[in-house]
Design a protein around this ligand. Sequence first.
Ligand SMILES: Cc1cc2nc3c(=O)[nH]c(=O)nc-3n(C[C@H](O)[C@H](O)[C@H](O)COP(=O)(O)O)c2cc1C
Length: 168
Amino acid sequence: MDTIDALMTRRSIRAWTADPVPGEQRKTILEAAMNAPSAADARPWHFVTMDDPDIIGRFTTLGGTEMLQHATLLVLVCGEVAREIYPGFWPQDCSCAAQNMQLAAHDLGIGCVWIAVYPLEERVEFCRRVLGVPGEITPFALLAMGVPAESPEPEYRYDPVRLHHNGW
Ligand SMILES: Cc1cc2nc3c(=O)[nH]c(=O)nc-3n(C[C@H](O)[C@H](O)[C@H](O)COP(=O)(O)O)c2cc1C
């Protein structure tokens, strides 16, 4: 799949089969994450991978996350402020990593959905508690993955009203 095809056909997937995400594909998805751009190339991220059904099951109580019981792989993207070179950019850096993961997963035929964590304080604290994330690290986004059991149609969202040329 070429890059434009991948980003124009990606959709959030919230239903998965029981098949695991093969180890080689996990590695590729995490390589894509860590190849993301970041301000001053600071790479202020960490990733917590989870495939233990008991641990994954804890996240079904976040609210609107019951479907995670069928995810076979969760990745929590976290930010480490101390690694920033220019203060304040870590959420953008972590977003780039998270989006790279979504696109890499799609390219590999793995279904992925981004579950909101930061800046919802109760979710941030929940992730810290369940996974033992240290205080200086901020849980940012939870990516739930697995072999897809649904295939939503691509959507075309280009809207010329949102385009401002040579000024507003
Ligand atoms: C920052 C962010 C937070 C999101 N949080 C959730 C979430 O908590 N639960 C969920 O089911 N989907 C979540 N999503 C997925 C969006 O609902 C989804 O991307 C959007 O509806 C567009 O659909 P698409 O991904 O299929 O193109 C999130 C996406 C982003 C970028």
